[in-house]
Every structure is written in C-alpha cells, then in structure tokens.
Design a binder for this molecule. Structure first.
Ligand code: DAT
Ligand code: MG
Length: 159
C-alpha cells in the first residue's frame, strides 16, 4: 500500500537549451537514479498562452519577452515525477536559478552557466506543483503503476 506522501507530484520541464545540447538522457537519468517515479513524460511545443500562465509571476519583468522567446525556441520535454516530498527533493536536485553559482552536484550546478538558459524548470511548492501538473498534463497522460524498486528506495514506514 502507498500512502499519500509517496504520491506527491511535481512538474519538471527540460528546457530548449538542454534539448539543443543533448542533455535529455542525462537529466532524466538523474531523476531516475534518485529513485523518483516517472508518471508522465512528453515532448511539447509551448505557446504564449501557456507561458503567460506558467510564468505569471514574471509577467512584468523586463526579461519576460526574452524568456518566452527562449522557451518557444524548440520543444521542451515535460515530465511529472512522483515521490515522498518530491517537490522539495526535485528543487534541491535542480539547484538555484543562477546556474553558474548553483551547487556543484545539482543539475544546474553541473550542467549550466546561465540564469535564463538553466536547463530545467521545477515546481517550487506543493501548491504550485498541483497547478503546473494539471496545466501541462491531461489526467489520462498520468500513469499509475507499481514501481517495484520502492521497497528499496523507501523504508516501510515512509510508504
Ligand atoms: P526558477 O526557474 O529557479 O524557479 P524563477 O521562477 O524565479 O526561477 O524564474 C523562472 C525562469 O525565468 C528562470 O528559470 C530563468 C528566468 N529568469 C529568472 N530570473 C531571471 C533574470 N533575472 N534574467 C533572465 N531570466 C531570468
Ligand atoms: Mg520558478
């Protein structure tokens, strides 16, 4: 049986710079090796409408137009990951926004140098993760299944 904690979900986008640089496998592999459960995965092109919603907290920033242009410059890979306290775990794996000062060992810290071309997006709170997962995925695109390695990833009292 799985408790609700293990079913927390978060949204990750692999951004156009990472697509161009051939980092889809590297980035996806890091989430897999962490023990997270991939429950949704697709390539998609973003339009202004979804970007306005996704980056509504940045709509009045001077860099918003450039950010939107960058995010439309190629498709992105969207993934929905599931796990115990997964929103926080994925933010830590990704590292801080300004990639050149992100922690070594994190995805941004190891793979990027820029503030805007920082290879990944990850939801920043449980509340936003719920909104973002439903913004990028239809219910039928999210897959429930048993991940057999969970018995080695979590202790019994965590599941
Ligand atoms: P994060 O992606 O770490 O959650 P955010 O939500 O503050 O950071 O910003 C979203 C994206 O917008 C970020 O990944 C890159 C871009 N961005 C943020 N601040 C920026 C800045 N000062 N100049 C250029 N792009 C910026
Ligand atoms: Mg953010």
């Amino acid at each position: 049986m799985e408790f609700d904690g293990v079913k927390e979900k978060t949204l990750v986008l692999i951004k156009p710079d990472a697509i161009q640089r051939g980092l889809i496998g590297e980035i996806t592999g890091r989430f897999e090796r962490k023990g997270l459960k991939l429950v949704g995965l697709k390539m998609m092109g973003l339009d202004d409408e979804i970007l306005k919603q996704h980056y509504s907290h940045l709509a009045d920033k001077p860099f918003f137009a450039g950010l939107a242009k960058f995010m439309k410059s190629s498709p992105v890979v969207a993934m929905c990951l599931e796990g115990l306290e997964v929103v926080q775990a994925v933010r830590l794996l990704c590292g801080i926004t300004k990639a050149r000062t992100a922690e070594a060992g994190s995805i941004r810290g190891d793979l990027a140098m820029s503030v805007s071309c920082n290879v990944v997006h990850a939801s920043d709170s449980v509340e936003n993760a719920k909104l973002e997962v439903s913004r990028f995925f239809d219910e039928k695109e999210l897959h429930g299944y048993t991940k057999s390695e969970y018995e080695h990833v979590y202790a019994e009292d965590e599941m």
